[in-house]
Write a protein that binds this ligand. Structure first.
Ligand SMILES: Cc1cc2nc3c(=O)[nH]c(=O)nc-3n(C[C@H](O)[C@H](O)[C@H](O)COP(=O)(O)OP(=O)(O)OC[C@H]3O[C@@H](n4cnc5c(N)ncnc54)[C@H](O)[C@@H]3O)c2cc1C
Length: 449
């Protein structure tokens, strides 16, 4: 007999899991309060389609493992992004990651890569396998991680122990942001990400929107029902109370939205909605009259991670924040990290203007946005509308001892109610989410779904 599944939230996680469950014969409906895609959203600016949200497609092995489970070929035509993780403008000088041969820092980069290398074959396992010690493959992968990270509990301490030149240390520490955390509180794994990922930094040939198109196509081919503009107002047992007074009952419910939001829908009290240990951001998206004279990716780390961390903890705007600049044809995106406080920050805001001046000065591009044909800004209040209540980009910030792939998360809340997505698999963006989908899918299969 066909069983029905209701998925709450149609971001990357909800759509990816929907296709897997529908592929096993379940009748799956995805409900989203807004448009499908969640943080992966396209805007029209000056007549061009502009992708907002994720821009770097990393750890493609996790995507390929997802595709194998659906028996689908890869429709994305992933292309390496020129310059990999980009030029990092540290207070000690610019550092390209990966550091190319011939660069004075290259021998140090090679030593750093060598320290991370034993983990490389196991990372896809860690990202896609339920963390259970009785599973020999997981045990082997966890042992490799523990060996590489040694006795160090944070990214900062691991990096300090490598005794690399300050410019390289500063550039590498920046990647703790992938956990939404400063290096002094992120697990050591995040200091290893540039070594593990930088040979494979991709974008789909047709832009990130192609990932959304692919997930939608996989679902449609398997009969997934898509309900946009349909808000889940509350969850009573297996019944969803939807907008416009509609109700829907499903044998299985899977939440693919932020756990704080789900708690509210279940009528439970949730801890403070503004988790200040993690980051949100202001995304400035522009179409320029001509391509900007910039590499594909430039990174401006905060000059002091201690000051950055203290500000994020307090929910205050850091004096000079972590900034990612992507230039592609005439399109330019500038992402400024902010604390996840759900604030509405607009382009004229003095702090946003000060950060844009820092970008112009550092990259020697005065008046970068002056002649822009069109500009749009997405701020923490935007990300908070359908995600974490503070607008956290990578889910909640977990303490180092609970973060990373070694720790089971609350995938199953009760019989008939499970959860997936960035709030449940925080850190790392798309690989963490697609890996989390595979973990939850495997556990659901074992539970008879
Ligand atoms: C600016 C930015 C840059 C990023 N850069 C990268 C990057 O370079 N690489 C990378 O890998 N990752 C990146 N990320 C992270 C990545 O985009 C996210 O982790 C991912 O998109 C989250 O997907 P999700 O499905 O878990 O959650 P979401 O996208 O938040 O989806 C949740 C969905 O639930 C819906 N919803 C909420 N409440 C309800 C309700 N009551 N009823 C119905 N529906 C509801 C929402 O509308 C939303 O569609 C970035 C994110 C941002 C914002």
């Amino acid at each position: 007999m066909t069983r029905t599944v209701g998925i709450l939230g149609g971001g990357i996680a909800g759509l990816a899991l929907a296709a897997r469950l529908a592929g096993r014969g379940h009748a799956v409906t995805v409900y989203d309060r807004d448009r499908l895609g969640g943080k992966l959203r396209q805007l029209m600016l000056a007549g061009e389609v502009v992708d907002t949200g994720p821009s770097l497609f990393t750890f493609p092995q996790v995507w390929r493992a997802y595709l194998r489970g659906l028996n689908e070929p890869d429709p994305l035509n992933l292309r390496p992004l020129p310059g990999g993780l980009g030029v990092h403008h540290t207070p000690h000088g610019p550092v390209p990651l990966p550091v190319p041969p011939g660069h004075p820092l290259h021998p140090h980069w090679e030593r750093y890569e060598g320290a991370a290398a034993p983990l490389a074959p196991f990372l896809p396992v860690l990202l896609t396998t339920p963390p259970r010690l009785r599973d020999p493959l997981f045990r082997q992968a966890a042992a490799a991680l523990l060996r590489v990270q040694g006795p160090y509990l944070t990214a900062q301490r691991w990096l300090a122990a490598q005794r690399l030149p300050p410019a390289l240390t500063h550039a590498l520490a920046t990647h703790a942001l992938n956990a939404g955390l400063a290096p002094q509180v992120a697990p050591p794994l995040y200091a290893l990400i540039p070594a593990l990922a930088s040979a494979e930094i991709y974008q789909p040939e047709r832009g990130m929107g192609a990932l959304l198109d692919a997930l939608l196509a996989f679902g449609q081919a398997r009969g997934v029902q898509l309900r946009e503009q349909t808000t889940v107002k509350s969850v009573l047992g297996q019944t969803l109370i939807l907008s416009r007074g509609e109700t829907a009952r499903h044998d299985l419910l899977v939440s693919a939205m932020d756990p704080h939001r789900l708690a509210a829908l279940l009528g439970k009290s949730a801890p403070s909605p503004l988790a200040r240990r993690t980051v949100s951001g202001v995304g400035v998206y522009a179409v320029l009259p001509h391509p900007a004279p910039l590499p594909a990716t430039s990174v401006l780390p905060p000059s002091s991670f201690a000051a950055f961390h203290a500000h994020v903890q307090r929910g205050a705007l850091p004096p000079d924040t972590l900034t990612l600049v992507h230039a592609h044809t005439r399109q330019l995106s500038i992402l400024l990290a902010t604390p996840a406080t759900g604030e509405p920050l607009t382009l004229p805001h003095p702090w946003v203007q000060a950060q844009l001046r820092r970008v112009e000065e550092t990259l020697h591009t005065p008046g970068l946005l002056r002649d822009a044909l069109d500009v749009a800004t997405l701020a923490p209040d935007h990300y908070a509308q359908g995600g974490h209540p503070g607008g956290a980009l990578y889910g909640p910030g977990l303490p180092a001892w609970r973060g990373g792939p070694l720790h089971p998360q609350p995938y199953r809340l009760r019989a008939g109610l499970w959860q997936v997505g960035t709030g449940v698999h925080p850190g790392g963006g798309i690989p963490a989410i697609l890996g989390g989908v595979q973990i939850v899918d495997q556990l659901l299969q074992e539970a008879g779904w």
